[in-house]
Design a binder for this molecule. Sequence first.
Ligand code: ATP
Ligand code: MG
Length: 396
Amino acid sequence: MQRVRQLPQQLVERIRTGLTLDSLPQAVVEVLANSLDAHAQNIVIRLGAPTLSFTVEDDGHGVRAEDLDVLGSRYSTSKLRGVTDLAGGIQTLGFRGEAVASLITNAAEVCITTRGRGSFETLTKTTRSGGSNVAFAPSTTHLKHSGTIISVKQFLFNQPVRSRQLLAQTGDIEARTIQAVLRMALPFVNVSVTLLRAPTGHVLLHLPQDRDLRSLFSQLVPEQAPTLPPMIHLAGERGYGIRGLLGSLKACYPHQHHQYLYVNRRHVIHTSISALLNAHFLRAYLRAGYHLSNRSQQQHDDPLPHSAGDDGHDGKSGSRSRNNSSSVRALPAFLVAIECPYGDYDVTSEPDKSGIVFKHLPIIHSLLKSMAAQAWGADTPLSTYGDAAALEATKR
Ligand SMILES: Nc1ncnc2c1ncn2[C@@H]1O[C@H](COP(=O)(O)OP(=O)(O)OP(=O)(O)O)[C@@H](O)[C@H]1O
Ligand SMILES: [Mg+2]
């Protein structure tokens, strides 16, 4: 358990984003990321969408009493120390020391109750009115083991127009939070994550400990279940490895909601990786005798609402682009987990912590091509099939 410290100015200049959390799902996943980074085994999230409030409780390593003071001031983190840490790579989901500060600024109340590993005390730090009022006290709740409870009340209390807008769509907030929590927590298979509706306790999502990714994926994309191929494992040079569940050719989608890509358990968005898999799938799909039609657009549409930022496909470019209703697309479902040395990629170059730049992309491309060939058959140039519609579709 590292000390929480203010980042040196030189590093702040390099990685700061001026993060402003402005959606409840985004706020929830930032707090969830902190619990995962604290090596929690059990995480319970209580979401009160109608009051724009939530609580995240974990049994991670907690926060030291002497660090509570600095916790929540901007660029204070236990996860990064100096510029030299960047070279070795970032192993935690968070690293900027911005999220809790942004929560404090935007919530009527943030209460952090924590017991640090090796300590007997449970302490509370409460900030109110956007951080203008701060109080420390021994907690009225005594945590039986190390861990942290972060409770956020009336998120966006100081942005009345935005909060009214959000309050008009509480069902939507729940659906988006389920998606966002699922996407982040999915590869942490040893961690139990439960999302409850507050105050009723209705279970919105439960990811059990020691879950099997293949059966979870089959539940998420039920139409894949009967024909879902087995998990493929491949090892590459320089310590690279890849595990993948590539969806069957029998079920395709007009959107990317069933595409999950991870690097060392971080959910990432990567245009060329998605494009490579999408193009290979499309060619195999056509080769198997399926045709692109508007019917396939509607066939496997996702009942849950998705919008900018909630599932990582936020309309920025390439593979991130939103589905255009006038276009016909046949996209695969996949869950791909890449493992590689932490120093071989950079996650600090984009504001979104799921943006990633690889140093050795060709190694990953070559593993992906082998994996796609195993699941969908060897690749052949599309022109062989003379399918003009398909050529058009790959250009989109
Ligand atoms: N649940 C938790 N358990 C233990 N420590 C926590 C927890 N939540 C927050 N912290 C501590 O508070 C610090 C600040 O959290 P915050 O989310 O603001 O920054 P970060 O995770 O370091 O970076 P980022 O802004 O990229 O998320 C963390 O570095 C961590 O030390
Ligand atoms: Mg964080």
